[in-house]
Design a protein around this ligand. Structure first.
Ligand SMILES: Cc1cc2nc3c(=O)[nH]c(=O)nc-3n(C[C@H](O)[C@H](O)[C@H](O)COP(=O)(O)OP(=O)(O)OC[C@H]3O[C@@H](n4cnc5c(N)ncnc54)[C@H](O)[C@@H]3O)c2cc1C
Length: 440
């Protein structure tokens, strides 16, 4: 077996064991950094020979629910970051460790984009296997349902390519069921022919949060599927790298991407822009221009977060949320956001994978920075206040936004849970693969 395994305590181990949340200390049995599929085959054989489990990770964004890694060989996929684009067929092929930031700028140059999410530093495979809720979601659906082929190393250590014809059941399970069925070495997916978007953000003083979030919430009921937007409260830390006038200040922020010609998009967005924001960044731009729109943190940080899908949230739900975490509460959360979902993400289709649709009208996520251990308890309290406030409209969990160890019954209907568990029993009966959201 040719693969180098970094044992505990080695320099390679220390360099590769980090998670995105720096409060987590990942301590796997060993770490491998494969350059391609042949190395992954070696890694799976090594894990089996040593009686270990095996799990893949690119960024460690979703590391928290993995729990105990002491009996697991961790595959860090960063070296498998190839990207190729067939512009004519509008298909991308990426290695198992490519980030959205490796693909989106190249695709944008060609007048193409993908169903990527808000952050360029998220791993394409982890995002896609878990569903993938992005800026084009209301018009073009979940990224998992744009995937056309998946190459992986399975529990027998065999390289396989699965698609709608070659093992459709495994293809179905992987598209939403996550990393529980193999180590993905390459992914192919459809690209969208989009040259320009009308996109931007509106920043309001946080004291206007109630007026602004209510106006946005009412507006979401009126917009076409071409518009995907976010309403949020955002506190910028007082860090030197954050520009004035954002640094150290709190805002109510509305963000939107419209797949409409400028005049039409301006008309749709007029009610929000007419609120008179302190800062308005809306402009026509190429798809690559929106990579920083959501202002996600690019570097690992100490934090705690919580997510929840919300059904038909009424205005009183917005009030309840604001009472819990708004400017008049004790909350010091960094960000609490409501993403407007629905549209194509709610449309079922027989060609879809395990995540056929995403339930609910809004996807909520809250996050607080925990710079010292003593800050954890209040941060958890604010997150609990956030979820408790909207509990009457709880529509389940979206596992990519869940830092908890969850039973997948919170994320899928019972028949999907049963089918995913049957697929796990068929393709990985020994539970070799250690995924952050196991289906079994
Ligand atoms: C700043 C930030 C912004 C985000 N924005 C969005 C967003 O807009 N929309 C959205 O839907 N999600 C978003 N997410 C959530 C993100 O999609 C999930 O955390 C996802 O799991 C990240 O994948 P990763 O590979 O980067 O993370 P990792 O923690 O490295 O991997 C997560 C899991 O994916 C699986 N996996 C990863 N690579 C492989 C592989 N090669 N083979 C098999 N399994 C694999 C494994 O089960 C692994 O445990 C965001 C997360 C962060 C931290």
């Amino acid at each position: 077996m040719a693969i180098d395994v970094s044992p505990r305590g080695s320099a390679g181990y220390e360099a590769n064991r980090g998670a995105f949340n720096v409060l987590l200390s990942q301590e796997p049995a060993g770490i491998v950094t494969p350059a391609g599929a042949a190395d992954v085959v070696d890694a799976v054989e090594y894990a089996k020979a040593e009686g270990l489990r095996i799990g893949a990770q690119r960024t460690g964004h979703g590391a928290e629910p993995l729990l105990d890694l002491s009996g697991t060989l961790l595959v860090r996929t960063a070296a498998m970051d190839t990207v190729s684009i067939d512009a004519e067929r509008r298909v991308a092929r990426v290695g198992g460790g490519a980030l959205w930031g490796d693909l989106v700028p190249q695709a944008s140059e060609l007048g193409l984009t993908a169903c990527h999410g808000s952050s360029p530093t998220v791993g394409i495979v982890g995002y896609s296997l878990g569903g993938g809720v992005g800026w084009y979601g209301r018009r073009h659906g979940l990224q998992s349902n744009r995937v056309t082929a998946i190459e992986l190393v399975d529990a027998n250590g065999a390289e396989r390519r699965v698609d709608a014809e070659a093992d459709p059941e495994l293809f179905w399970a992987l598209r939403g069921g996550g990393g529980d069925f193999g180590i993905v070495t390459a992914l192919e997916f459809e690209l969208l022919p989009i040259r320009e978007v009308f996109a931007g953000a509106l920043f309001f003083p946080v004291e206007r949060a109630a007026e602004v979030l209510h106006a946005w919430h009412e507006w979401t009921a009126t917009v076409p599927d071409e518009v995907t937007s976010v309403g949020r409260l955002l506190s910028f830390p007082p860090l030197p790298e954050i520009p004035e006038p954002l640094r150290g200040n709190d805002f109510a922020v509305l963000e939107a991407v419209a797949l409409l010609p400028e005049a039409e998009a301006s008309e749709v967005l007029a009610p929000l822009r007419g609120l008179g924001a302190a800062m308005d960044t809306f402009a026509v731009q190429p798809p690559a221009g929106i990579s920083g729109l959501h202002m996600d943190p690019p570097e690992p940080a100490p934090y705690a977060g919580a997510g929840m899908l919300l059904g038909d949230l009424p205005g009183e739900g917005v009030d309840a949320l604001l009472a819990a975490i708004g400017p008049d509460s004790s909350s010091k959360l960094l960000s609490v956001e409501l993403r407007h979902i629905g549209g194509a993400m709610a449309a079922s289709d027989p060609s879809h994978g395990a995540m056929d649709t995403l339930p609910g009208s809004f996807l909520m996520f809250g996050v607080g920075i925990v710079p010292e251990p003593a800050a954890m308890a209040p941060t958890k309290e604010w997150l609990a206040a956030m979820t408790d406030a909207v509990e009457p409209w709880d529509a389940g969990r979206y596992l990519n936004f869940s830092d908890e160890t969850e039973d997948i019954a919170v994320a899928f209907p019972p028949e999907t849970v049963e089918r995913l568990r049957a697929a796990k029993a068929k393709y990985d009966p020994e539970d070799l693969f250690h995924a952050n959201h196991p289906v079994a």
